[in-house]
Design a binder for this molecule. Structure first.
Ligand code: 13P
Length: 330
């Protein structure tokens, strides 16, 4: 889109947010136009933990979440007094979808002596059943802390993130069998070939990727960690194994570097998502301008909100203490 069209859209969005007393909050995976509109209207583009925290600090009555449904639900859980809207209620997540509340309850009932730790990419009902919610940015220290207190863990829903945490911490974890359709598709042989072709390069990998991809990484971490790593990297070539939307922030911070998508297509194979989350890309300008309606508002029952809030707030409190302590130590 040319600059004058962008500026026109920006004025429309500013007016729209102002009239509706709303703030726009977006994930790094949505299309660059929505990320840019979010930043230019004083909103926040962030990883899933920082999106949740930012929402609680806003004075507006309405929050508009550009991301996927569980991110809207998290905003509702933390801000039940506000109206929360998502651009498209069909924007789901394969991890969330893989972990139905009844099946998960049956699974947990088999291990009553374990703490239930769930990834943020789950429904509000699954969060409400859990002891802890975590995002990729805090999962390892939080799980380590639980283990240091002698806890054994049920982990859901991402088996790859779960096995990464287990590899890093050695903690006793029983895993749910879920995966992200984007990260699951990265191909090891093709990634090795690309690394060899480029020579001087750095490989950044989100921990929702399979172990064989993580083993090739120079940096593994949350979307925020990968963006920071791309900025400070000394390499000119950066290979990224996570959703393509993240390139907008990386290129903005380092326009002089070359960014490459980690390969998703093996020889002779076809990929399903090709490094693109089909649900993140349901977030469009037209939907944003029509978002304030009953159909896009997130509604959750009070009991679910109360239970899920406890588990999310435990993570936020843990994160605040963890970073305070580490800041003091550094
Ligand atoms: P982050 O918490 O790293 O932003 O990841 C969210 C997510 O949905 C990754 O697929």
């Amino acid at each position: 889109m040319n600059e004058s069209n962008y500026k026109r859209r920006l004025e429309e969005v500013k007016k729209f947010l102002n009239v509706n007393d709303a703030k726009l909050i977006s994930h790094y995976y949505v299309d660059s136009e929505i990320q840019r509109l979010t930043e230019d209207t004083g909103g926040c583009v962030a990883d899933s933990l920082q999106m949740a925290k930012f929402g609680t600090e806003q004075t507006e009555k309405n929050l508009i979440i550009a991301g996927v449904r569980f991110m809207g639900e998290t905003a509702k859980i933390l801000n039940p007094e506000k109206k929360i809207y998502v651009l498209d209620k069909d924007a789901t997540c394969s991890l969330d979808d893989s972990c139905g509340v009844d099946d998960f309850k049956n699974f947990c009932d088999k291990y009553p002596d374990r703490d239930i730790v769930v990834y943020a990419n789950t429904s509000a009902e699954v969060k409400a059943m859990s002891d802890w919610v975590v995002t990729s940015s805090i999962a390892i220290p939080l799980v380590e802390n639980l283990a240091s207190r002698g806890k054994k863990i049920i982990w859901a829903p991402d088996k790859y993130l779960g096995s990464y945490i287990q590899d890093q911490t050695g903690v006793d974890m029983i895993m749910w069998d879920g995966a992200c359709i984007v990260h699951e598709e990265y191909k090891t042989i093709e990634l090795k070939k690309l690394i060899q072709e480029l020579g001087d390069c750095e490989v950044l990998v989100h921990p929702e990727s399979p172990r064989s991809i993580i083993q090739l990484a120079d940096v593994v971490g949350s979307t925020t960690k990968l963006i920071n790593a791309s900025k400070i990297s000394k390499s000119k070539n950066i290979i990224v194994a996570t959703e393509k939307g993240i390139f907008y922030q990386m290129k903005k911070l380092s326009p002089e570097k070359n960014f490459f998508e980690a390969p998703t297509e093996g020889e002779g194979a076809t990929c399903k998502s090709c490094g693109r989350c089909p649900w993140m890309h349901l977030n469009t300008f037209d939907k944003l301008m029509n978002v304030i309606n009953q159909n896009n508002e997130i509604h959750l029952d009070e009991k679910t909100v109360a239970h899920a809030k406890k588990s999310i707030n435990r993570m936020i409190e843990f994160e605040d203490k963890y970073y305070q302590k580490n800041k003091r130590a550094s």
